[in-house]
Design a binder for this molecule. Structure first.
Ligand SMILES: [Zn+2]
Length: 233
């Protein structure tokens, strides 16, 4: 039963997924819901929400719900997303002393309490990044593309991937490219707080390019907008 429902929501419009999030939160009498709770009462797997909206917290936000908190406070996902944004803004692995306000949403001691130490938190973060594999993305789309599912809106039956780049795939590409723009070499490592890196398709998705690691690259905002590099003197 659950399996059939899960399949039926996979290709459903965004609003239908968000409505199910709201329904589930209401069912437990709160204005938020954790991934574990949604996994028990929701109509689809929490990972379907993550893939569609980029992350669990983004799905909650779009549904008009509050960020989820586990019984012991903050969710692991929130802690990992905070490491990710710190890492991206620095262009490298954040150091213990950098895990503080205002650049970090959570303190280093929060990580120590949850994972034992900052280095253990970083190891858990890396495992979390890796758990969002490209294969998972492909499988999701293949499942959604089944002819039996009439609500699926695919641009073309030949597509193997969805257009959206998941947060974790984006992070993997940034790491692979050394947090440098592939066009001009700009990096937050050299221009702290000035360079904003994007990950984009090499062959545009609209022209048949897939959302696979080999068709994605890091570009700074300037190059991505076709404005060239503002840092070459
Ligand atoms: Zn650039």
């Amino acid at each position: 039963m659950k399996f059939e429902l899960e399949e039926s929501l996979r290709g459903a419009p965004n609003e239908e997924l968000l409505e199910d999030l709201r329904r589930s939160a209401k069912a437990i009498g709160r204005n938020t819901i954790t991934m574990v709770e949604y996994g028990q009462i929701g109509k689809c797997h929490p990972s379907t929400m993550q893939l569609r909206f980029g992350s669990w917290s983004k799905a909650l936000k779009l549904a008009g719900l509050q960020p989820s908190r586990s019984k012991i406070g903050i969710t692991d996902e929130e802690l990992f997303e905070n490491i990710e944004s710190l890492w991206v803004s620095l262009g490298r692995q954040p150091r213990y002393g950098e895990v503080k306000s205002p650049s970090s949403q959570f303190s280093a001691s929060t990580y120590e309490k949850r994972f034992g130490s900052w280095s253990k938190a970083l190891r858990a973060f890396v495992a979390w990044i890796r758990s969002d594999s490209q294969d998972q993305n492909l499988q999701e789309v293949e499942a959604a593309a089944r002819p039996a599912d009439s609500t699926v809106q695919m641009a073309s039956p030949q597509r193997r991937t969805r257009r959206e780049i998941s947060g974790r795939q984006r992070f993997r590409i940034l790491v692979r490219d050394g947090f440098r723009c592939k066009a001009c070499g700009a990096s937050p490592l050299d221009h702290k707080g000035v360079v904003h890196l994007d990950v984009d398709h090499i062959l545009p998705w609209s022209k048949g390019g897939e959302t696979t690691d080999d068709n994605l690259e890091t570009k700074c905002k300037q190059c991505n907008l076709g404005k060239g590099n503002a840092f070459n003197a």
